[in-house]
Design a protein around this ligand. Structure first.
Ligand code: UVW
Length: 339
């Protein structure tokens, strides 16, 4: 669980940076909606956004990338040890029926006779682990992707743009862009990953991004978090700017027609944004609201990256479907890359 001292440091940092900076006419401070949007591209009632780029044909093409059957989980464990954005709780897993209960004669409501059962619950933010941010998760002004009014996101969940729209999606071609390898080592805290870094890494790898891809950018932030040994180190980590995607990548994301961009950092984008330090996570507005492009965060990429470096293949089949939770604005998942 994120410790209170950690939270305080981070929230003070965010609050300190959030003096009022006027937004553009469309309510955004960076790339204006008119320059980078996909509203209406798949119809005025569309609720899937850039997941529409993942066509049946592209899934078939992606399946052809499976050659060895080697599989890599791209998830961190869902437990109390992971990095979770300040203000959210770490997942809490609890047992309500166990073998030790039976042994102690306490089987209670699960006493069905010869066969015995263990049961467990999990309580967690859907944004508290390896996750997708859905199109109902972030916006600016009073409208979401495709002009959906913010009042559609209410106490019972998202009436529009919920994760149920993706229940059979986010499966297709994945491409790893290993920015850590390209830069020759771990990115310093606050490193802004620019378009030139992505294009440079792709060139070095000899890989291409295609429409409908899930692009996965390795930053090294999540593995770095797991090396921190105590609360003081974690507090320092949260107090520092976070390495992540920079503003100039947004038009590239639009042009490449990718379905999603996932990262092994906390919040996808560089925090705070260098061009707009006054507002929290402005690229989320362009990604989710304007372009309908999904954001993946807190992914685990170390094992996959090591294998890609070994065999030189950075493209793979990726099964990254979210949980089917009607009205959810995001979802934890266990993405699996298959080579
Ligand atoms: C915010 O919503 C601020 O962050 P995330 O994208 O991690 O959910």
């Amino acid at each position: 669980m994120a410790r209170p001292d950690t939270l305080i440091v981070c929230l003070v940092l965010i609050a300190a940076g959030m003096a009022a900076q006027p937004a553009n006419a469309d309510g955004h401070v960076l790339h204006p909606h008119d320059e980078v949007h996909n509203w209406g591209v798949w119809g005025k009632d569309d609720q899937k956004g850039a997941a529409n780029y993942m066509t049946d044909e592209r899934v078939v093409e992606a399946a052809r990338l499976i050659r060895t059957g080697k599989r890599f989980s791209l998830a961190i464990p869902i437990d109390a040890t992971g990095p979770v954005f300040p203000g959210r709780l770490n997942p809490h897993h609890t047992m309500v029926a166990t073998g030790t209960d039976y042994a102690a004669g306490l089987s209670g409501p699960l006493d069905f006779g010869v066969y015995r059962f263990a049961d467990d619950y999990i309580y967690m933010p859907l944004q508290g682990s390896t996750q997708w941010d859905g199109l109902s998760h972030g916006w600016y002004g009073d409208t979401l992707y495709n002009g959906v009014p913010q009042t559609q996101i209410g106490a019972t969940g998202a009436a529009k743009l919920g994760m149920e729209n993706l229940k059979d999606s986010m499966i297709g071609r994945g491409v790893l862009i290993d920015v850590v390898a390209f830069k020759g080592g771990p990115l310093p805290s606050g490193y802004s990953i620019r378009r030139a870094d992505l294009e440079g890494a792709l060139k070095k790898q000899g890989s291409k991004v295609l429409p409908g891809d899930i692009v996965i950018v390795r930053t090294g932030v999540v593995p770095h978090f797991y090396t921190l040994e105590n609360a003081v180190e974690r507090a320092e980590f949260w107090a520092r700017p976070q390495a992540g995607i920079a503003s100039d990548v947004v038009p590239w994301i639009k042009q490449t027609q990718v379905a999603a961009v996932a990262t092994d950092n906390i919040a996808f984008e560089r925090m705070p944004n260098e061009d707009d330090p006054d507002h929290l996570a402005p690229l989320h507005g362009n990604m989710l609201r304007d372009m309908g492009v999904y954001i993946g965060e807190i992914w685990w990429l170390e094992d996959l990256a090591a294998d890609c470096a070994k065999d030189g293949r950075y493209e793979f089949f990726l099964a990254a479907q979210p949980l089917h939770i009607p009205g959810a604005v995001g979802s934890p998942l266990n993405p699996v890359a298959i080579k």
